[in-house]
Design a protein around this ligand. Structure first.
Ligand code: GLA
Length: 396
């Protein structure tokens, strides 16, 4: 009996060390090592919807470099839904030949030649949300194809999935991407339905936590949510984010025209506090100086990209007035004073809410004014515009 156990133990040890078998032990599934800070880039959906073609994507890559977005850290150029044509006789997915006549390998090469990375979109079901072919039953074939095109990022949606199990479906594509041999960031877009933060950490690099954003401050419309509606859904999710695995409150609407500059600054600041992926969703080739100044604010981006990877949380709420705080790797705190009300208001951040002793002197820097405001002890107060923020870095 003892001998039998010993033999079984040896076989188990040999299997566990064999390549490909270790993946069956969930504890042995290593992270893919990508997205150690939240991914930054641009995605076609929020501004262009299904109107994608190769000129537009090349134009976005050009504009990302020319506008200074690339220098500020934006990297991935992602084609969302509707790039697809049909599968060929061998089941290989092809791009729409009218929209992408040069093919996706050529487009990926173009994006890479600008020093950027290339992303695309598929869906775990039979068809995408835009009714193009999904990857169900073709996961390994599609992942191999994406790798051959030079894809660096896959957003994987959840339309037309019927009774599929989200965990199993995303695990299959995650395995397929790994088997492709190319490092590919895996963006899970399941809208938070099955609480992916509780199962997706070692499967994907980011997971959507809500339905779709739209270019609006507050209020739901069908499956879409305003910025404040999405923010409220993030408040309790901070324990689940960290280097390589991020909560995704959806892509940015900054510059799309439906909100004021103060509202866009609040949207961008809160995404930075949430350690959210920063995927611009505007027309990069035609953005105003104000939009550019929001999207490229280096000090706000540095908060988003902080190496500690600790997601911020709401530390105080008094009606429409809130304080959000995020610990940074140098021991300081990023703070957002958020005014959701319909007029200007004074908001105070107290050191005790930041985990600092009340007597501690700390220097206060305003990240939108780019200005140091001297030292304060115990608390700092500012007047915040309606639907706006004051964003601070507080350093003891
Ligand atoms: C879903 C996603 C969006 C976008 C569209 C494309 O709604 O949540 O982000 O990808 O599909 O059809």
């Amino acid at each position: 009996m003892t001998r039998l156990f010993a033999v079984c133990g040896l076989i188990a040890a040999a299997l566990a060390s064999a390549p490909g078998v270790a993946a069956e032990n969930p504890a042995a599934r290593p992270a893919n090592g990508l997205a150690l800070t939240p991914p930054m880039g641009w995605n076609s959906w929020n501004r262009f919807g299904c109107n994608v073609n190769e000129q537009r994507i090349r134009g976005a890559a050009d504009a990302m470099v020319a506008s200074g977005m690339a220098a500020a850290g934006y990297e991935y150029v992602v084609i969302d839904d509707c790039w697809h044509g049909v599968r060929d006789a061998g089941g290989n997915i092809q791009p729409d030949p009218q929209r992408f006549p040069s093919g996706l390998k050529a487009l990926g090469d173009y994006v890479h030649a600008q020093g950027l990375k290339f992303g695309i979109y598929s869906d775990a079901g039979e068809r995408t949300c835009g009714e193009r072919p999904g990857s169900r039953g073709h996961e390994f074939q599609d992942a191999w194809q994406y790798a051959a095109w030079g894809v660096d990022y896959l957003k994987y949606d959840w339309c037309n999935t019927g009774t599929q199990d989200p965990h199993a479906s995303y695990l299959t594509m995650s395995d397929a991407l790994r088997a492709s041999g190319r490092p590919i960031v895996f963006s899970i877009c399941e809208w938070g339905n099955s609480k992916p933060w509780s199962w997706a950490k070692d499967i994907g690099n980011l997971w959507r936590t809500s339905g779709d954003i739209y270019d609006h401050w507050q209020g739901r419309k069908e499956y879409m949510l305003g910025v404040m509606d999405i923010v409220d859904l993030q408040a309790e999710l901070y324990p689940f984010a960290g280097p390589g695995h991020w909560n995704d409150p959806d892509m940015l609407e900054v510059g799309n025209g439906g909100m004021t500059a103060d509202e866009y600054r609040a949207h961008f600041s809160l995404w930075a506090m949430l350690a959210a992926p920063l995927m611009a969703g505007n027309d990069l080739a035609a953005m105003s100086a104000e939009t550019k100044s929001i999207l490229t604010n280096r000090e706000v981006i540095a908060v988003d990209q902080d190496a500690l990877g600790a997601q911020g949380r709401r530390v105080a709420k008094n009606g429409d007035l809130e304080v959000w705080a995020r610990p940074l790797s140098d021991g300081s705190r990023a703070v957002v004073l958020l005014n959701r009300s319909a007029g200007p208001a004074a908001i105070t951040v107290r050191w005790t809410g930041l985990g600092y002793p009340a007597h501690l002197p700390a220097s206060v820097r305003d990240l939108w004014q780019g200005k140091s405001l001297g030292k304060s002890r115990g608390a700092f107060a500012a007047t915040v515009p309606m639907h706006g923020v004051v964003m601070l870095k507080i350093t003891p």
